[in-house]
Design a protein around this ligand. Structure first.
Ligand code: ME8
Length: 647
């Protein structure tokens, strides 16, 4: 099976932001997923460089148009590799093969009589670079740009789009999968209930010279859509390249809803006029918003992908964008949400599972994949869940439901973390008679990790590569070959690398990453509460009053992460929920293994003045009972939410 996957080609009137990155990450993740599934993929992105918006932007920047487009196009191209996005072609509409293809197609469609010359007066929105109908206006304004369109009257060339209206309706109705999600197909069909007007495809050179000259009239240049959309054909070598038909038959376009009409209406009718089949699928996503408004270059409320990548790494950014947005719907972007996902999903859930499992393999079975015994029901349950997850993951990824695909994977990660608590391998390790049971438990964990790793290749390529290396997997991953239980060979060396996702201090990270001038809204970054009033003097020797006792704030805290403090034998760094997340450094390393602590509810002193221990800011103290050389943590006798007050 082959697939030809495209993103929009982005206008070079401003540098890329997270919205552009999202479409391109989706295309990259799907490409990787399909390749993992043994399919052949051609993935194309690029830049759209003609038109008066771009001439205007160059004039504003006071540079030549050529210099301007080269510069911004390079910014787009340079943004993708740090995000681990690897297109097969980065196309520019100023590329010579594209100019030749556009001219060839124009001549063909003109010769067959589907392009004609006429006078036209219409309402034109410069932001959209489109004429709008009265019906499309909201309160007289373009709904996307919130500006009134201007009446423009001039002689131009037109594409006979109306001729193909009924064919298009029939095509969309008989191929319901061609526009997804469904709401966008319905939107297009609703639009097609009104008569379709012909499409203006030229601009006189008196008004615009920065475009592709019409081959049959050099007083005009092509106007944007007849130029831009054709990039999808140029990229795969229309019409003569050997693989053209194979890829065109499997063409899938990814766009946001802003350019639904050109893609769902202009493009298939243009293709029909050329005698080509319509694209196979159009995948339409929603907007990334900042607050209530769309992130857009004209509004300037943008987040730059390169800055985010530098701070958080490609995998965190890719994971966040794919996990946070339901494909098709709008989503809100915030650094707080990104940092929260990084800390909870990546550091706590995935990072902990990997480090706990591998540490136990290293400490308890000599750092090699152990030979398992028969699976007990608990092991079988995890194995079944991991295999079922793979099935769901495949189905969701195929359907562009990235969020749900990742939810399914994280459900298994959560299960595996709970499995560790339930099987308590550190207890098994104490008893040589239970060595086979220990081996089975650790093998089950490693197998689960292997299947989780398989699913992460398309989403977080670097993390998946590190996890594969840790598990001793050297072959190129293959979903069909590897998607079965029990393939890790006993005896394979397991290597424990560095933590995959060190936790971020929410406050510091948000401040460092916040765009200049943007208020920092991290909840954890709020100013500390006012200092408590000084304690009243001690009433009697050795006794405190109730008021004194009340000065100490005791709370239930759930330990969600634990790790050894480097170069400090006695200290463990704990991350607890109480109910907000905080770090506590506790002198309990001689008594507890980090992996034993996850999920335990303990009692902490919540209002202890923070102090630095080995460079780590400890925000509280865990209560423990000590007798001789024994130490046990204080816990609660029943299920109660973290943060509950102890009094
Ligand atoms: O329209 N949320 O280019 P463009 C999600 N050149 N995606 C967003 C977004 C947001 N807030 N903002 C932009 C053009 N995008 C034409 C396309 S194609 C033949 C020609 C993404 O630079 C999304 O993919 O305005 C959207 O469709 C595209 O950028 C628009 O890019």
């Amino acid at each position: 099976m082959s697939l030809y996957l495209t993103t929009p080609i982005f206008y070079v009137n401003a540098p890329p932001h997270i919205g552009h990155a999202y479409s391109t990450i989706v295309a990259d993740a799907v490409s990787r997923f399909k390749r993992l599934n043994g399919e052949k993929v051609f993935f194309q992105t690029g830049t759209d460089e003609h038109g008066d918006k771009i001439v205007q932007a160059a004039a504003d920047a006071d540079v030549s148009v050529r210099e301007y487009v080269d510069n911004i196009s390079r910014m787009f191209r340079d943004t993708w590799p740090p995000l681990a996005i690897e297109p097969d072609r980065f196309i520019r509409t100023t590329d010579s093969d594209h100019i030749a293809t556009v001219q060839r197609i124009l001549q063909q469609v003109y010769d067959q009589g589907d392009i004609y010359f006429a006078e036209y007066t219409g309402l034109y929105c410069k932001g959209c670079e489109q004429f709008l109908t009265e019906k499309e206006l909201v309160n007289g304004l373009c709904p996307d740009h919130q500006k009134p369109p201007v009446a423009v009257s001039e002689q131009n060339y037109f594409f006979r789009m109306s001729k193909y209206q009924q064919w298009l309706i029939d095509h969309i109705t008989s191929h319901p999968e061609c526009i997804t999600p469904e709401r966008y197909r319905n939107e297009v069909l609703a639009f097609l209930r009104e008569p379709l007007e012909d499409l203006c495809i030229s601009r006189p050179t008196s008004r615009l010279t920065w475009g592709i000259p019409l081959p049959f009239d050099d007083r005009f240049v092509t106007y944007v859509w007849f130029d831009a959309l054709i990039n999808y054909l140029t990229g795969i070598g229309y019409p003569d390249a050997p693989h053209f038909s194979e890829y065109w038959g499997a063409a899938e376009h990814i766009i946001a809803k802003d350019i639904l009409k050109p893609h769902a209406i202009y493009w298939p009718t243009m293709l029909r006029a050329m005698g080509l089949a319509p694209f196979h699928r159009l995948h339409v996503h929603g907007y990334w918003n900042m607050g209530e408004t769309k992130m857009s270059k004209s509004l300037g409320n943008v987040v730059r992908p390169l800055e985010l990548t530098e701070q958080f790494g490609a995998d965190t950014v890719r994971y966040f964008l794919l996990r946070e947005m339901s494909f098709g719907l709008d989503a809100g972007f915030s650094l707080e949400a990104l940092i929260a996902r990084r800390n909870s999903d990546l550091a706590n859930d995935l990072g902990n599972l990997v480090s706990r499992s591998l540490t136990m393999v290293k400490n308890f079975v000599g750092g090699k994949v152990p030979a398992p015994g028969p699976l007990a029901p608990l092991d079988q349950e995890l194995a079944d869940a991991a295999l079922a997850m793979l099935g769901e993951y495949r189905q969701r990824m195929t359907g562009f439901a990235f969020r749900q695909a990742l939810e399914a994977v994280w459900e298994v990660i959560g299960r595996a973390n709970r499995y560790i608590v339930a099987t308590a391998p550190w207890e098994l390790a104490k008893d040589p008679a239970r060595a086979t049971r220990l081996a089975t438990v650790l093998h089950t964990l490693l197998e689960t990790l292997r299947l989780v790793t398989l699913t992460l290749h398309p989403i977080m390529p670097a993390t998946a590569a590190k996890m594969s290396a840790a598990l001793g997997l050297t072959a190129v991953p293959d979903l069909n070959r590897d998607g079965r239980w029990g393939l890790l060979a006993p005896g394979t060396a397991i290597t424990l690398g560095e933590a995959l996702f060190p936790r971020l201090d929410a406050k510091g990270a948000a401040q460092a990453a916040a765009p200049k001038g943007q208020p920092n809204k991290t909840p954890a970054a709020k100013a500390p509460a006012a200092a408590p009033a000084p304690a009243p003097p001690i009433a009697e020797e050795g006794l405190i009053t109730f008021d004194h006792f009340q000065q100490t704030e005791l709370r239930v805290a759930e330990i969600i992460a634990a790790q050894k403090v480097p170069k400090a034998d006695r200290l463990l760094q704990l991350t607890v929920k109480a109910p907000e997340e905080r770090t506590i450094v506790a002198g309990i390393a001689e008594f507890y293994q980090p992996e034993q602590l996850i999920g335990k509810k303990v009692i902490i002193v919540a209002n202890l003045k923070p102090a630095k221990l080995k460079g780590i800011l400890s925000q509280g103290m865990v209560l423990a009972a000590k007798a001789g050389d024994r130490l046990v943590l204080s816990t609660v006798d029943g299920d109660i939410p973290p943060g509950s007050k102890v009094a």
